[in-house]
Write a protein that binds this ligand. Structure first.
Ligand code: XMP
Ligand code: MG
Length: 179
């Protein structure tokens, strides 16, 4: 049995066990393979949070897959452009490819929507989102992620790649902020 953890100024309680995560990851990899048949899938994993999910999902995928890591950086632009978002790490041609974006969590959905918009400019054949966690109550997008591990309430979680102020990514299960 895992115990509560303390990070900086907050306590977190065990929420989703490693066993549950790994069994959902297996279901997701089978679903994806069934949907894409023998097609080669290009996974684009959004760093940093999705590194652990990506690793387990890849180990569970059969058939032809490719994997690249991307990151969304944001910096203050000029006063007229406001915040500028830039996709870094994508150094291959994605035109005509089937893309599956790998995310740790979809909250409001704004982050993943920005990634989708930037990828669409390069004319891939298809783009879907596969996220380990999905907060439907917080989601503001039009289309829910096609693949998700767990729907969770609008409460902060850490572990299994997800961080609280950069801490907690190393835990092999998911913890929820204690009330
Ligand atoms: P949006 O709202 O754009 O959020 O879908 C995406 C990013 O916000 C972070 N996020 C969290 N990180 N626990 C975390 O550790 C959470 O409960 C949480 N909710 C949102 C995360 O970086 C995600 O990519
Ligand atoms: Mg974060």
């Amino acid at each position: 049995m895992s115990k509560e953890i303390h990070l900086i100024d907050k306590d977190f309680v065990p929420y989703i066990s490693e066993e549950k995560i790994l069994s959902r990851v297996k279901v997701l990899s089978s679903q994806i393979r069934a949907d894409y048949g023998t097609n080669n899938v290009l996974f684009l994993s959004v760093l940093n949070g999705s590194f652990m999910f990506t690793s387990d999902l890849m180990k569970s995928m059969n058939g032809e897959v490719e994997l690249s890591f991307i990151k969304l950086s944001s910096y203050e632009g000029t006063s007229t452009s406001g915040k500028v978002h830039e996709l870094i790490g994508l150094n291959q041609n994605i035109q005509g490819r089937h893309i599956v974006i790998l995310e740790d969590i979809v909250d409001t959905g704004l982050t993943v929507q920005r990634v989708i918009t930037m990828l669409q400019m390069q004319n891939p054949l298809s783009i879907e989102v596969c996220t380990l966690l999905y907060k439907p109550e917080a989601f503001k997008g039009d289309t829910a992620p096609k693949y998700f591990g767990f729907k969770i309430p609008n409460k902060f979680v850490v572990g299994y790649g997800l961080d609280y102020d950069q801490l907690g990514r190393n835990f092999n299960e998911i913890y929820q902020l204690k009330d």
